[in-house]
Design a binder for this molecule. Structure first.
Ligand SMILES: NC(=O)c1ccc[n+]([C@@H]2O[C@H](COP(=O)([O-])OP(=O)(O)OC[C@H]3O[C@@H](n4cnc5c(N)ncnc54)[C@H](O)[C@@H]3O)[C@@H](O)[C@H]2O)c1
Ligand SMILES: [Zn+2]
Length: 479
């Protein structure tokens, strides 16, 4: 027996008059009001006389952007709810985030001028629940506390061992218990997470669970989280030996990016972040690739510190340019596909084999390192397919090496490769949808990968870059 009728049925608009919602057959005709997205997270939408998710109309009527459809057949009635959810969040690049005169850490998530004015003029003390990576706390904890005290914030600072091995539900549960103890006004007091990708992912999941969705602010302190883990909607933890198996798509209200934190980051972790930057360069920005080829080593040496200020769009120093291009190219890919409904995702480059490899090679390989091993193998697949010349392959692999990233790993066996690809098939609706470079800074998505091509690419990758090989010279690579 089926309750579904044919087609969506009768369309109803939802109208609120004098505080009560009612249905009205047919589409509404009211003009949209200008006060911003309806169901954006608390703290981001502007003040409005309209309830969230509505457009204003005559005589105090408000038309919801949601629709209700009703249809019936011989067995019963079906109502279909269509409710658009709009998220808005801010990605703010700034300097001196912990400088006491800088109020970005407290108010950077508020986009609306009027809301900001009301918040700043309020006599109510601010309260913040701050989750911080343990190592970051050792380096910056005193500064964070001094900052919060100087603004007379009532706060709880929670340092946690947010390592990849601890990236689990247990850590989320620990946060939730502390959060419950501290108490929080979810309209006004966003949770703040300060740390690398692990800390931000774990805190983000806790925030998305607490009272079904509590706003949170991300403050990335690693290069990888600065250009990647901070700017999208995803969070998560590892589960049953599977990478990020539990999680949600819940963007923060803001990601507040200060490159100053990277100066204390160990060199290997800077290289780790460079892998994600190289991913964006190879997929869609030749200029960024050339910048990394030329300046990559210098960026590692300087830990992305530069004398240029980052305000405005006229930044020209390599650190500012590279981070800005990486963030913008990433946002271009993420914003239209925040919920990953479209499975053709260039940002998956380097993330096809690496999730399996990472879980096998933990803690030996960092996330970006596993991504780089995956990208190197895929570059060989691209050459085998005739998308890349031998010279282009050489340039890419040399660039990876100059960024001090691994280009091969003994744990990436052919079995692991096949098991990762079959997992990909399952997760991507029966098609591989492999992002592959088709030149330097251009790419396509391919599902037609025949086993002999893959096998040849794998064998060449092993014989040209595998252990015992000192590297790869031009003469070794056939065009
Ligand atoms: N949500 C997303 O969209 C997304 C995207 C990419 C990666 N990730 C996740 O991010 C994680 C990797 O993030 P990561 O590379 O930042 O690793 P991480 O969070 O483990 O941090 C790396 C190390 O650096 C230390 N550290 C952090 N900041 C420091 C600083 N300023 N100075 C000195 N030490 C510092 C940390 O204590 C840690 O030991 C992975 O779990 C990955 O799944 C998530
Ligand atoms: Zn990644």
């Amino acid at each position: 027996m089926s309750l579904t009728g044919t087609g969506p049925g009768t369309e109803f608009s939802l109208i609120r008059t004098n505080g009560t919602w009612s249905r009205r057959a047919g589409p509404g005709t009211n003009k949209p009001v200008t006060s911003g997205p309806g169901t954006s997270p608390p703290g981001t939408s502007g003040p409005s006389t309209s309830p969230p998710g509505t457009t204003g109309g005559p005589a105090g009527e408000h038309l919801s952007q949601a629709k209700l459809y009703q249809c019936s057949n011989g067995y019963g009635v079906t109502w279909t709810v269509e409710s658009p959810v709009v998220f808005s969040y801010r990605v703010v690049e700034c300097e001196k985030l912990l400088d006491m005169s800088n109020d970005t850490l407290l108010f950077g998530h508020v986009g609306d001028a009027e809301e900001l004015r009301v918040l700043k003029e309020s006599s109510k003390p601010l309260r913040r629940f701050v989750i911080i990576d343990e190592t970051v706390n050792e380096i910056y904890g005193a500064q964070v506390e001094a900052y919060l005290k100087s603004w007379q914030v009532i706060y709880k600072l929670l340092p946690l061992p947010t390592t990849e091995q601890n990236k689990s539900l247990e850590l989320v549960s620990r946060i939730l218990k502390e959060l419950q103890r501290f108490g929080i006004d979810r309209r006004l007091e966003p949770i703040v997470a300060i740390g690398g990708g692990v800390c931000l992912d774990v805190a983000g999941l806790a925030a998305s669970l607490y009272r079904r969705r509590t706003p949170y602010v991300r403050v990335p302190t690693t290069l990888l989280s600065y250009i990647d883990a901070s700017v999208g909607a995803k969070n998560g933890v590892n589960f049953c030996g599977c990478k990020n198996r539990l999680g949600s798509y819940t963007p923060p209200v803001a990601a507040l990016l200060d490159r100053g934190f990277i100066k204390s980051l160990p060199r290997r972790h800077i290289a780790n972040g460079l892998a994600e930057m190289l991913k964006m360069a190879l997929m869609k920005h030749k200029g960024l690739f050339e910048l990394l080829e030329k300046e990559g080593r210098g960026l590692l040496d300087s830990a992305f510190q530069s004398s240029d200020t980052i305000s405005g769009c006229g930044c020209t120093d390599p650190a500012s340019l590279a981070t800005r291009v990486a963030i913008v190219t990433m946002l271009e890919e993420l914003a239209p596909n925040l919920w990953e409904d479209d499975l053709d995702r260039l940002v998956d480059f380097g993330h096809v084999i690496s999730p399996e490899l990472e879980m096998v090679a933990l803690p030996e390989l960092l996330h970006g390192e596993a991504v780089c091993v995956d990208m190197a193998l895929m570059v060989f697949v691209s050459r085998e397919r005739g998308f890349l010349s031998g010279d282009e392959l050489r340039r890419i692999i040399s660039c990876m090496k100059s960024l001090e990233l691994p280009v091969w790993d003994s744990q990436c066996s052919e079995d692991l490769l096949h098991s990762a690809l079959s997992a990909r098939l399952t997760h991507c609706g029966g098609a591989l949808r492999l992002p592959l470079p088709t030149g330097l800074g251009t790419a396509g998505i391919f599902s037609d990968l025949d086993p002999p091509t893959l096998s040849r690419a794998y064998q060449n990758w092993c014989s040209e870059l595998g252990s015992g090989r000192s590297g790869l010279s031009e003469s070794e690579i056939s065009n």
